[in-house]
Design a protein around this ligand. Structure first.
Ligand SMILES: Nc1nc2c(ncn2[C@@H]2O[C@H](COP(=O)(O)OP(=O)(O)OP(=O)(O)O)[C@@H](O)[C@H]2O)c(=O)[nH]1
Ligand SMILES: [Mg+2]
Ligand SMILES: [Zn+2]
Length: 316
């Protein structure tokens, strides 16, 4: 029978059987865990009943993997799989809006092969004086990233004009496996709880690792939570903003808009710095388009600088 892994221990897995919706415990055949192979939360597997004991005999190919490169150990650690949406949650008030954080998470989405969307939360507190949300959304739409304007306030306090964004987000999430990312305090728990049906159904255990295993950031667990609308993958290990495990060589691939533009630069090794001859970025006629792209270039430079701190050979 077909099932999906919801939680994993060393060799024992909690799996949800597709046909019945039941959660069962199963052990994995040794060859599924040998060498670099592993079974992770999100995997679709085949289970058989062997004299009363449930055994995982096969794993289906993954459509996507959430993973980390453990730089020091030079290992690629898969945390979860088959996730089809990355929800990047941003607060428009407190904590203050930071464009760079979105660009960072977009790099991860691209690395993991997961479609990103951006949710601008706390729209009830949005102040146009602080930043121009239209510019930010144009910037993302140019990348094909859908944006939603939401507020995670209790239903009766949600202003009418904000119902639309929430409704659209609900549709985008329907029947998907999603991972929510965002800074502390942006409203992930609130939003997820609201999406889960109003009352608090899930209290995301963000601090479990911190309490039981002080200071250890490489330990990552992941679990899936079945919400009525969608399935949530939660793992503290993937939330960090650091991108230090990503190779700096060819990093521009993670910025497809910049990569495209740079094909028009006169020289292959163009640095796109001001005053460089034949750089396509300084030839863009539309002022607004130029402004959008330059804001991306700024992020690109800032992250690249950080990546170059760790040499690429350590990230293989
Ligand atoms: N005004 C307003 N406040 C919100 C909204 N969403 C969340 N908050 C408040 O923001 C604070 C943080 O919300 P959480 O949902 O705990 O944030 P989180 O992203 O889960 O934070 P961590 O668990 O630390 O990562 C709480 O006090 C919420 O009540 C919103 O849409 N509008
Ligand atoms: Mg939370
Ligand atoms: Zn250039």
């Amino acid at each position: 029978m077909r099932a999906r892994i919801y939680r994993s221990a060393k060799r024992e897995f909690d799996c949800k059987v597709e046909s019945t919706g039941e959660i069962v415990q199963a052990k994995a055949l040794g060859n599924l865990l040998k060498g670099k192979r592993s079974l992770v939360v999100g995997d679709y597997v085949e289970i058989i009943d062997e004299n009363g004991e449930l055994v995982i005999t096969e794993m289906e190919d993954r459509t996507s993997e959430v993973f980390r490169i453990l730089v020091r150990e030079q290992k690629r650690k898969v945390i979860s799989s088959n996730c089809d949406l990355m929800v990047i949650l941003i607060s428009v008030s407190r904590p203050t809006f930071k464009r760079g954080i979105i660009d960072r998470f977009l790099v991860r989405a691209s690395q993991w092969g997961i479609r990103p969307v951006v949710v601008f939360n706390k729209m009830d507190e949005y102040d146009p004086e602080e930043f121009d949300i239209c510019f930010e959304q144009d910037r993302l739409k140019a990348l094909g990233v859908d944006c939603f304007e939401c507020t995670a306030l209790d239903k009766e306090y949600v202003p009418k004009y904000l119902e639309k964004g929430y409704g659209e987000l609900v549709e985008a999430l329907r029947d998907r496996t999603a991972i929510f990312l965002g800074q502390s305090g942006v409203g992930k728990s609130k939003t997820i709880n609201a999406l889960a049906g109003g009352e608090i159904k899930v209290e995301l255990k963000t601090n479990i690792i911190g309490k039981s295993n002080k200071g250890s950031h490489t330990t990552t667990w992941a679990e899936m939570l079945d919400l009525d609308l969608f399935t949530l993958i939660d793992s503290p290990g993937v939330r960090s903003f650091s991108l230090q495990d990503i190779m700096s060589d060819n990093f521009i691939e993670y910025f497809p808009d910049l990569e495209e533009m740079s094909t028009h630069c006169k020289f292959n090794n163009c640095t796109h710095k001001e005053g460089v001859k034949g750089c396509a970025f300084y030839l863009i006629e539309d002022e607004y388009q130029a402004k959008l792209l330059f804001s991306r270039l700024q992020s690109y430079w800032r992250i690249l600088e950080e990546l170059e701190v760790t040499p690429d050979w350590q990230k293989k």
